[in-house]
Design a protein around this ligand. Structure first.
Ligand code: S3P
Length: 165
């Protein structure tokens, strides 16, 4: 089976839906953020603070190079993975890309009390989300299937992806 690759903005449900798919299909879930955390031995927040975003992206791409070679797994990607076209190309070699869409309002609702995302820490959260989401939308749209998580529960989104796959 080709890998199920989940992309989308922070708070779009990649990890939650990824876990459900992995459980239902009894296959492994790879979370690229967790892999980057393991490489650095510190939280994402700390990585950004100590090493900066550029270094984070370099290691993120190394993780993508490694995990894209696997087969028969679910890969939940960090929200910025698709910004590098090379990452998308690699993930597509063995996988089908499912973009989990969520509106800015839903993302705000889901991340209201979250302080683990360095890119949303300073300034007004909603305007940061809107700005980043608009800028990134063309990158997210470069997918094989789009799943609207505003209108589906995580359970139904997982089932939809499994039925498409
Ligand atoms: C990021 C998303 C985060 C994490 C990092 C940067 C982004 O992952 O990789 O904070 O640039 O959108 P999640 O999408 O899993 O929150």
């Amino acid at each position: 089976m080709k890998n199920i690759v989940l992309t989308g903005f922070m708070g779009s449900g990649k990890t939650t839906i990824g876990k459900l798919i992995a459980e239902k299909l009894d296959i492994e879930l790879i979370d690229t953020d967790s892999e980057v955390i393991k490489e650095f031995g510190m939280t994402i927040d700390k990585i950004f603070e100590v090493h900066g975003e550029k270094k984070f992206r370099e290691v993120e791409t190394k993780v993508i190079e490694r995990v894209s070679k696997l087969e028969n797994v679910v890969i939940s990607t960090g929200g910025g993975v698709v910004l590098n076209p090379e990452n998308v190309k690699l993930l597509r070699e063995n996988g089908v890309i499912y973009f989990l869409y969520a509106s800015a309002e839903s993302i705000l609702k889901r991340l209201k009390d979250d302080d683990t995302r360095p890119l949303l820490k300073s300034g007004d959260k909603l305007s940061n989300i809107i700005k980043l989401l608009n800028m990134r939308m063309p990158f997210y749209k470069n997918c094989d299937f789009e799943i609207n998580t505003d209108i589906l529960t995580p359970e139904l989104a997982a089932e939809k992806i499994i039925s498409i796959h």
